[in-house]
Design a binder for this molecule. Structure first.
Ligand code: SF4
Length: 511
């Protein structure tokens, strides 16, 4: 099977029958449910753009397993160029959808499991990597979208998984059988879960020997018996049922459609198990996945910034203040912040490295800096967007009122801007700015791929403070600098002694 188009992806979901609940109801057809359609369209764009010759170079890749042309969202990075192209694909996708397009979580899970299974096999002589490559070949062949499922519900955060009062707050192995394992527990706020073909699970934290049964990674189809999805409630979500304007981005939505996944005694055959008790590799899997995923944010969120900057500039222009110096200053500020985040993402890709598995990984320190910047700067550029858009973004009448005969026309007249610009266009753009800057996209930028505290832990671990102290000591003269000694042609102590004598002579001459 070749790469799917966007439409074929949507139809491929129709063939699946996962157990999904939302707003108190069981949903029978994911694809036909209006609440789910926007974020399904966003994911579909990852398929569609792979067929556009203009974007082919960044949206497709060559499989390291088969040599076939595949969608980049199923490709394991095998060069710096791959890492950079992924980042360019992320920004492009953000620009095309103005929302979370979800498929990168599964891609990052594929890459992280690829890297870690290789390392586990080197230590324990297991066969996880071969098993995983067989699975990956299927993902590429059928162009599947797997959901990457990492975060457990975690119960009492101060206790290890094996010490929790309720054993199911972390996903774990309940039973080991000859042909597979039985698993139980849950994964929370999993992006794109209900419209993926598969789920790939990973541990959510470092595990110890006592937590062996929680050091777990596997893949299952979303319609596997025992799996239940509960789709998340989000700010303004029912606006999707109000028509085609008030939702702001009716084509693609505002966030990626998150869900709680409950595993109730689910059977997983051994050929789909990629970690089962190797607790000493749980940290590696978590960190490799988090590194890939955090680096993304300077791509996807900057694509969104491009949209909201464009929207803000358009609103200002059509309100007749596009050239006002304070507007130019604000738009420039937004651009500078967005490009700062973009620079970080490019840097952590260019500073990537080859892992023993052959796959390339990003620079961990810089990836965490990317994400930490995003937790602040998205709020800041959205704050400026609201500032530019003005109070209308919180007081606009609903589209139902606009649809009333005569009253609708009267309302429209209240929203005239520059001569010749249809007021309805102004209303639509204000709704876009409103929904992008007020809705669930903000906390998503804060907590997606881990909260700021998680990034700070990694930055502090990898910031190499010892070296910074060492270099400061040399500059302050607490330690000798051999390069400086070469420049002055003598021992530092001798040099400073001479300098002191000379400066003394000089001051005697002056005074
Ligand atoms: Fe991908 Fe996360 Fe960005 Fe969504 S928010 S597009 S899942 S990196």
């Amino acid at each position: 099977m070749s790469m799917m188009t966007g439409k074929e992806y949507v139809e491929s979901l129709r063939a699946l029958n996962p157990k999904v609940y939302f707003l108190g109801q069981k949903i029978n057809s994911i694809v036909d449910e209006p609440m789910f359609q926007p974020h399904i369209h966003a994911a579909a764009m990852t398929y569609e753009l792979a067929h556009d010759p203009e974007h082919e170079e960044i949206m497709t890749a060559t499989s390291n397993l088969t040599g076939d042309k595949i969608n980049r969202f199923t490709h394991i990075h095998h060069s710096i160029d791959d890492l950079v192209k992924k980042m360019r694909a992320m920004r492009l996708m953000g620009q095309k959808t103005a929302t979370c397009f979800q498929r990168c979580v599964g891609l990052d899970a594929l890459c992280a499991v690829y890297v870690t299974t290789y390392d586990i096999d080197q230590k324990y002589g297991t066969k996880y990597h071969e098993r995983f490559k067989n699975y990956l070949a299927e993902v590429q062949k059928y162009d599947w979208m797997p959901a990457g499922a990492m975060t457990d519900s975690r119960g009492d955060r101060g206790l290890r998984p094996s010490k929790q009062a309720h054993p199911d707050v972390y996903l774990h192995i309940k039973e080991r059988l000859d042909d597979g394992i039985i698993v139980r527990g849950a994964k929370t706020h999993i992006t794109g879960a209900i419209n993926s073909h598969e789920i790939i699970t990973m541990p959510t934290r470092t595990m110890t020997e006592e937590d062996k049964d929680y050091a777990l990674s596997f893949a299952v189809p979303i319609e596997t018996k025992g799996i239940t999805f509960v789709f998340s409630r989000q700010t303004n979500d029912t606006r999707r049922l109000d028509g085609t304007i008030d939702a702001g981005n009716p084509k693609y939505g505002i966030v990626g459609g998150e869900a709680l996944i409950i595993f109730n005694d689910v059977f997983v055959p051994w050929e789909r198990v990629f970690m089962a008790g190797e607790y000493d590799f749980s940290t590696e899997l978590v960190e490799v996945f988090a590194g890939y995923h955090r680096s993304n944010y300077g791509g996807c969120k900057v694509g969104l910034a491009d949209v909201v900057i464009g929207g803000s500039a358009w609103v200002a222009e059509n309100h007749g203040i596009g050239r006002a110096s304070h507007i130019v200053d604000k738009i420039t500020e937004m651009i500078a912040m967005a490009e700062t985040c973009w620079s970080c993402s490019l840097a952590c890709s260019y500073e990537g490295y080859k892992t023993p598995s052959g796959a390339y990984h990003i620079n961990h320190l810089l990836a965490n800096v990317v994400k930490l910047n995003i937790t602040r700067m998205v709020y800041e550029w959205m704050r400026i967007a609201q500032d530019i858009a003005g109070g209308k973004i919180i007081t606009l009448p609903s589209e139902q009122d606009l649809a009333i005969n005569k009253v609708g026309k009267m309302i429209e007249e209240c929203f005239y801007g520059k001569e010749g610009v249809p007021p309805m266009d102004i209303i639509k753009m204000l709704r876009l700015v409103e929904n992008m800057s007020v809705g669930a996209g903000l906390p998503e930028a804060m907590h997606g791929a881990g909260s700021p505290a998680a990034q700070k832990i990694m930055i502090s671990r990898r910031g190499d403070l010892e070296r910074k102290i060492e270099i400061a000591k040399r500059i302050a003269g607490l330690k000798k600098d051999p390069h400086f000694e070469k420049i002055v042609g003598k021992d530092e102590n001798e040099h400073w002694k001479e300098v002191r004598t000379k400066t003394k002579e000089k001051s005697v001459q002056i005074f």
